[in-house]
Each structure stands twice: as structure tokens, then as C-alpha cells.
Design a protein around this ligand. Structure first.
Ligand code: FEO
Length: 182
């Protein structure tokens, strides 16, 4: 029976498994950003909170994109468990360090999906994963740029730093368009 069910999908079991791992990772990223947004908001960093709320929504959208992709190909998407998230941070810098670390891990995981898809000539999954790779370039840039801003503005008021952090997305969009990510 299991084999018969699998014949209904072109997804190889190993690719389906790695995609389900990625669903979990995107869900965790979304929850992590939500926790960071909460910390930022509670500590007066309203612009940064807005950034992380938007990021949380984006990561949820990413999770759904893979979830639907698996189902559309006749596979089984698995609802990820909710993992406990760290709620307190020592500084705004730690928030963005956490973001950058998380994005780098996601990029590495997506690259593994590309490699797994290529091994079994699964071009549909490869195409999906390549879309994510492009997303990751921007998301890593955003977190890295935020850390640069925090460092460059050392000594300035936290209010001014938060104001500047509010413009990261515009700065990233400009860099991506020019093809000159700093
Ligand atoms: Fe969807 Fe930035 O990971």
C-alpha cells in the first residue's frame, strides 16, 4: 500500500524528508523572529520590532510555500512541532546576531536541498530551492547590514540607532537592484 501511495508522487522519499525538515526550520525561524519582535517592542525599539514582525510573517510564508509544494506534488507535508523560544535578549545587537546566525543556517540547509534534488534529477524541487537561495541573499544581507549600522553608530542614542534600523529593507532593496550588496 505504501508503495502504491508513493507512486502518486514524483517526490522521492529522501527529498520529501529534507523538505519537511525545512518546513520545521522556517517555522522555527518565524517563531524566533516573533520572540525577538516582542523583546524589541517591550524595550522601546519600535522600528526594529516592526522589522522582526515582518520577518516573522515572511518566514511563515516560506513555511507555507514548501508545505503547499509537497502537497501539490502528492506528497505528505508534516505540521512542525512548536519549540520553546528564547524570550529575553541582552541587547539589540544580540537580536540581529541571532537573526544572522539563523539566516546562515537556513542558507546552508537550502543549499543541501538543492544538492539532494540534483542527485535525483528532481528539477521541481531544485527550482523551488533556488527561489529560496535568492531570498536568503537578501535576508542575510539585512541582518548583516543591521549589525554594521549598530557598530557604525556606536555612541549614538539607542533611539537614533533604532530609527536607522528601520530603513534596512530599503537599503537591501537598493543593493539587490544595483547588484552591489555591500
Ligand atoms: Fe525563510 Fe530566512 O529563512
Amino acid at each position: 500500500m505504501k508503495n502504491l501511495v508513493r507512486m502518486r508522487t514524483s517526490l522521492k522519499e529522501e527529498v520529501e524528508a529534507i523538505l519537511n525538515d525545512q518546513i520545521k526550520m522556517e517555522f522555527e525561524a518565524s517563531n524566533k523572529y516573533l520572540a525577538i519582535a516582542s523583546w524589541c517592542d517591550r524595550n522601546g525599539y519600535k522600528n526594529s520590532a516592526h522589522y522582526f514582525f515582518t520577518q516573522a510573517t515572511e518566514e511563515h510564508t516560506h513555511m507555507m510555500k514548501i508545505f503547499r509544494f509537497i502537497l501539490n506534488l502528492g506528497g505528505t507535508s508534516v505540521t512542525p512541532d512548536v519549540e520553546k523560544q528564547k524570550q529575553e535578549y541582552s541587547s539589540i545587537r544580540e537580536c540581529f546576531e541571532t537573526a544572522l546566525e539563523s539566516e546562515i543556517k537556513v542558507t546552508t540547509a537550502i543549499s543541501k536541498i538543492v544538492a539532494a534534488a540534483r542527485q535525483v534529477n528532481d528539477y521541481a524541487t531544485e527550482q523551488l530551492a533556488l527561489w529560496f537561495i535568492n531570498e536568503q541573499i537578501e535576508e542575510e544581507y539585512n541582518a548583516r547590514r543591521a549589525l554594521e549600522i549598530i557598530d557604525l553608530m556606536e555612541g549614538e542614542s539607542l533611539f537614533a540607532i533604532d530609527q536607522e534600523l528601520g530603513s534596512i529593507r530599503e537599503s537591501a532593496a537598493q543593493s539587490m537592484t544595483n547588484g552591489t550588496a555591500e
